[in-house]
Design a binder for this molecule. Structure first.
Ligand code: ADP
Ligand code: MG
Length: 316
């Protein structure tokens, strides 16, 4: 890949030196994954997390406003550029209908300011979509979303990746009947000789979505994503009502404690068997799927394959 990039650069260089005969470069000579920043026009901000920021842009190389809409992820500070590079190298290898599509990168100014270009999903994340469209979404549809997330996760696991940030805020909505997994910023690939990933750097982690082994030993298994899926299913069944969000429910239980104390209390509660409660009007059959995701021991948890079968049964 590095060689290809180098060749691309040499080619670009040559094109600049050659006398221009035809006026423009023939289309087959331009790399469709190479976006030029001068043609990217910001329309509005779509969202932001801890490190990243995502903007809706029009990519309009012809300059007649007929270009395509894309979502562009960049970093808030240049410090974290290796994280975004890792995210790009992950997402560009993923091909599944329930995973957000990679389109390319914008990597000018000597690579200091790298950007990830993705397909734009007009309805945003489940966290905005569900509360705003509650009236038009019945429980059957919620289970359909849950099933689609499992399909995407099953594929991700088959490629030996662990997502590590599965949550409603990271599930994107294409339309009322299609959702996709996004935000591969914390995703890790597990090596052949291991079945978990061990975190070395301390960082802002989504603790209320994390399984006990992640909080206690900083070990992430595929089954740790299953736990987070259970929390995501909980969010979905509450229509992402912020008053019932996992952090909010937990704070109601333990009171408002600071920093490291939160984590200690959370571990204590989980080890004592505490779990998020059954959301209002959520069928017992669905809550029991959440609970199967929340077995204390990772090896006792359900896997995505059997969750898909359960959802098929519930949807039939
Ligand atoms: P971070 O790593 O900073 O959390 P995300 O990739 O999760 O960044 O994106 C932040 C937010 O931006 C998402 O929660 C979502 O609301 C919005 N967003 C991200 N990607 C897209 C996309 N492809 N289409 C539409 N909205 C998006
Ligand atoms: Mg995110």
């Amino acid at each position: 890949r590095a060689i290809l990039r180098e060749l691309g650069r040499i080619k670009e260089h040559r094109e600049q030196e050659l006398p221009i005969i035809s006026g423009s470069v023939p289309p087959q000579e331009t790399d469709p994954a190479d976006f030029k920043s001068r043609f990217l026009k910001k329309i509005r901000k779509l969202g932001e997390g801890n490190f990243g920021m995502v903007e809706l842009c029009l990519y309009d190389p012809i300059g007649d406003q007929t270009g395509e809409l894309v979502a562009v992820k960049s970093l808030k500070t240049e410090k974290e550029s290796s994280n975004l590079r890792r995210e790009i190298s992950t997402i560009r290898n993923l091909f599944h209908e329930n995973i957000v599509k990679y389109k390319g990168i914008c990597n000018e100014e000597g690579g200091m300011n790298i950007k990830l270009i993705m397909e734009y999903l007009p309805a945003g994340s489940l966290k905005e979509y569900l509360p705003n469209n509650k009236r038009n979404i019945d429980q059957k549809r919620l289970l359909l979303y849950a099933r689609q997330i499992c399909e995407g996760m099953e594929y991700l696991g088959s490629q030996n990746y662990i997502h590590r940030d599965l949550a409603a805020r990271n599930i994107l909505v294409e339309n009322e009947s299609l959702v996709k997994i996004g935000d591969f910023g914390l995703t890790k690939s597990i090596k052949d000789d291991r079945d978990y990933y061990k975190v070395t750097e301390e960082q802002d982690s989504p603790v209320f979505w994390y399984a006990p082994e992640c909080l206690i030993n900083r070990k992430f298994y595929k089954a740790s994503d299953v736990w987070s899926f259970g929390v995501t299913l909980y969010e979905i069944m509450t229509y992402c009502n912020s008053r019932n969000s996992p952090p909010e429910v937990f704070r109601e239980k333990v009171g408002r404690v600071q920093g490291q104390m939160t984590m200690a209390r959370l571990v204590e509660a989980l080890e004592g068997g505490w779990r998020l409660p059954c959301p209002e009007s959520c069928p017992e059959m669905v809550y029991s799927q959440m609970c199967r995701c929340w077995s204390h021991a990772p090896e006792k948890r359900v896997d995505f394959q059997s969750l898909i079968k359960e959802f098929d049964f519930l949807l039939s």
